[in-house]
Design a protein around this ligand. Structure first.
Ligand code: NAD
Length: 709
């Protein structure tokens, strides 16, 4: 028997159900149909004594089809299918490899025995998508390993290895060598030992693992790990149910709970970001006829903070890098930095010492631009200075071969002007990495009016081996992320001048879900860095005498942030712990008096609104001006580059959850208080509210004009 993606093979007394649904054996509707058919087949087979379930390709089932989340509930279908497997009258062995997640693990829990290749990893990451394991996971796993371990595993959402899984008690054996042969051997040994089916659903949860005290601890843990969210608490409720009622009743409850979760903003937001991160790689209008150029070697100009981090990204991808700087000392510093990054990866067990040697060997350094002749891509990361950058690009124009991608990592300079320092502006593009470049996943890819489709495609595809999430933008000051950050940070700074403490402002933002308050971010990045940007770009900002004056005041007092232990907060040497500092507060108060800024009492809600409203409002400008291809691209920028909470779906998604009219009214409310300079609603926001359109409806209207490459 064989369906498209599931086949049944006989091997003597055994049947093997083998799934082949590349790339990662997602449990799609088609796979489920194939599994149903396979189940029928083995049920009616003659002389069958055991069944093995396994998958072809890189992994056992990687999980459920997240694309189905928005559609009608599928839990009952999953449950019936998995129960059908569990009910088999002969032993059923799941033989696993690769990354077994969510629904993939849940189907294995419905099998009678579970074995895995040594490199297999297991995870139940559902709570990070705002849901709970909904295909029996919350009911079967506690029957195998107890309620406490189940919830620790579900709430951590992190993968465990095959050995850890065996210690935890949800797999029976680790199989070295060929998995299929090992699985057949394992099934035969079960038969030889007279073992029959061992149904998880017929077991009981060990009551010692499910006491009220344990659930209390886990409830606290869910609150702590997932503030502002509900799915962790729902998982506790579902597992508690498993320990207090029958299996059938528990499954019913689990289904009801997971379907409730799917409707939540938290789940819709996280799922939205999941798909947005996939879609942002696509560039409508650049079709298959345009080919990405292969990238085998790269050049990096500037061995500073960014250059070293970018170098590591390329070397991690196995791409040879030539690192160029203006003097030996800078190259030496760059190499030391690269070494340090790799050393810390070795120490944290991320790579082996041999990996480090191999990756470092891909980097060579030189002062000679002539060594860049063979590079397929060159990324410039010298000081942020237009004259210097134009000089560097003119040199690159002279040495690079035709067709080499010439990229700049500038944050604030006009890439059009940089491109015109060369005789080939069509090959010039922005590759805006974020600091630390080897860690942060976001890559803003900035095209000029002249960048060729082939260069855009090459860079968008290069993002994959570099392990970056690329978002395509057009040239404007600040591109997407930093442009939207201007208003967000401006208000945070303004509020500390009005008398709020840095901790109050950062605390309100962190309570809302931002990974780190913006003032603490400035301390980390260096107050001088922000001040230099603002000094160099005065013409880009509104004529507001208070603009970013909190940064200026601290800078004038020699407070540079973490690097000298004094910024918005104070830091003990070698520590990043923020300590409130009356001296900083006094400096801010003094500057406020000089600027005659009236003190104000700030509620948490006001702090959050005054930072987040301008951020979202600017997003509507970015979208309206066609700087981005899609609203969701903005959400990707903020969730992957600026610590915006994924469960809020990014600023554009959140604007709709909040209500566009609420946002518009909020902008108008603060405009009435603070004047129009910073609080004018974006024209697109006004249009959407007046025409009662959603962002998606508006985008649909404008699709034909926006999809130009
Ligand atoms: P940096 O000061 O740490 O490093 C700049 C390097 O460029 C130095 O090693 C310097 O010796 C070298 N350099 C100067 N002139 C050169 C020349 N003619 N040829 C070769 N090398 C030369 O700066 P950075 O923080 O790494 O920033 C580099 C670029 O990245 C800037 O354009 C900056 O705006 C951008 N950027 C920085 C960050 C950040 O957080 N630091 C984030 C995104 C983008």
């Amino acid at each position: 028997m064989s369906s498209q993606c599931v086949r049944v093979e006989r091997d003597g007394d055994l049947a093997l159900i083998i799934v082949h649904a590349p790339p990662v054996n997602t449990i799609t509707a088609e796979v489920r149909a194939g599994l149903r058919e396979a189940l029928e087949n083995v049920r009616s087979a003659d002389g069958l004594r055991a069944v093995v379930l396994l998958c072809d390709g890189s992994t056992f089932f990687s999980g459920a089809d997240i694309g189905e989340f928005a559609g009608p509930p599928r839990e009952v279908e999953y449950r019936t299918l998995f129960n059908g497997f569990e009910a088999l009258e002969v032993p059923l062995v799941a033989a696993m490899h690769g990354t077994v997640m969510g629904g993939g693990l849940e189907i294995a829990l419905a099998c009678h025995y579970r074995i895995a290749a040594p490199t297999t990893r297991f995870a139940l990451p559902e709570v990070t998508l705002g849901i709970i394991p909904g295909a029996g996971g919350t009911q079967r796993l506690p029957r195998l390993i107890g309620a406490e371990r189940t919830l620790d595993f579900i709430l951590s959402a992190k993968p465990v290895s095959a050995l850890q899984a065996m210690e935890m008690g949800f797999i029976d054996d680790v199989i070295e060598g060929d998995l299929r042969a090992g699985a057949i051997g394992y099934a035969l040994s079960l038969l030889a030992a007279g073992k029959g089916p061992r149904r998880t659903g017929e077991m009981r949860v060990d009551p010692a693992t499910a006491t009220d005290d344990i659930f209390r601890r886990l409830t606290d843990q869910a609150r702590k790990l997932y503030p502002n969210r509900n799915a962790g608490l729902v998982a506790v409720e579902a597992v508690r149910k498993a320990s207090r009622s029958s299996f059938a009743e528990g499954l019913e409850t689990e289904t009801a709970l997971v379907n409730e979760c799917k409707k939540s903003d938290e789940s819709r937001g996280a799922v939205h970001v999941f798909f947005a991160e996939r879609d942002c790689r696509r560039v409508p209008g650049i079709g298959d006829e345009i080919r990405a150029a292969p990238v085998k070697s790269a050049g990096i100009i500037g061995a500073g903070t960014m250059g070293a981090g970018i170098c590591v990204c390329f070397a991690n991808a196995g791409i040879a890098v030539t690192l160029v700087d203006a003097n030996d000392a800078a190259l030496e510093r760059g190499l030391t930095n690269i070494d340090r990054i790799y050393q810390s990866m070795v120490e944290r067990g991320r790579i082996t010492a041999e990996d480090k040697v191999q990756r470092v060997s891909l980097v060579r350094t030189t002062l000679d631009y002539g060594q860049l002749r063979e590079a397929d891509v060159i990324v410039e990361a010298v000081f942020e200075n237009m004259e210097l950058k134009r000089e560097v690009f003119a040199k690159l124009d002279a040495v690079a071969r035709r067709g080499t991608v010439l990229a700049t990592n500038t944050s604030t300079l006009d890439i059009e002007a940089i491109a015109h320092a060369t005789s080939r502006p069509e090959d010039v593009i922005g590759m805006h990495f974020f600091s630390p470049a080897n860690v942060m996943p976001l890559l803003e890819v900035v095209r000029t009016t002249r960048t060729s489709p082939a260069v855009i495609k090459t860079v968008m595809e290069l993002a994959k081996p570099l392990r970056k999430t690329p978002v395509l933008a057009k040239v404007c000051y600040g591109f997407i992320g930093n442009r939207m950050m201007e208003g967000y940070a401006r208000e945070a700074e303004r509020m500390v001048l009005e008398g709020a403490t840095p901790r109050q402002v950062d605390g309100a933002l962190e309570d809302w879900g931002m990974a780190m308050g913006i003032l603490a971010v400035f301390d980390m990045a260096g107050i001088d860095v922000g001040v230099n940007v603002h000094k160099a770009n005065v013409s880009q900002y509104p004529p507001d005498p208070a603009y970013y004056q909190a940064d200026f005041a601290l800078h004038d007092a020699g407070r540079l942030g973490q690097k000298n232990g004094r910024g918005y907060y104070r830091y003990e040497p070698g520590s990043r712990t923020r300590i409130d500092d009356p001296e900083a507060i006094e400096i801010l108060r003094r500057r406020a008096r000089e600027l005659q800024i009236a003190p104000r009492v700030h509620s948490t809600a006001e702090i959050q609104e005054r930072c987040l409203f301008p951020l979202m409002n600017e997003g509507f400008r970015v979208l309206g001006e066609g700087i981005v291809l899609r609203a969701a691209d903005i959400d990707v920028v903020w969730t992957s580059g600026y610590g915006f909470p994924r469960y809020r779906g990014g600023p554009m998604f959140h604007a709709e959850v909040l209500g566009l009219e609420t946002l518009l009214n909020g902008m108008r409310h603060y405009r009435d208080i603070f004047g129009p300079m910073h609080w004018e609603p974006a024209p697109l926001l006004v249009e959407l509210v007046e025409r009662k359109l959603s962002i998606a409806e508006w985008v649909r209207e404008h699709r034909t004009t926006r999809e130009q490459p």
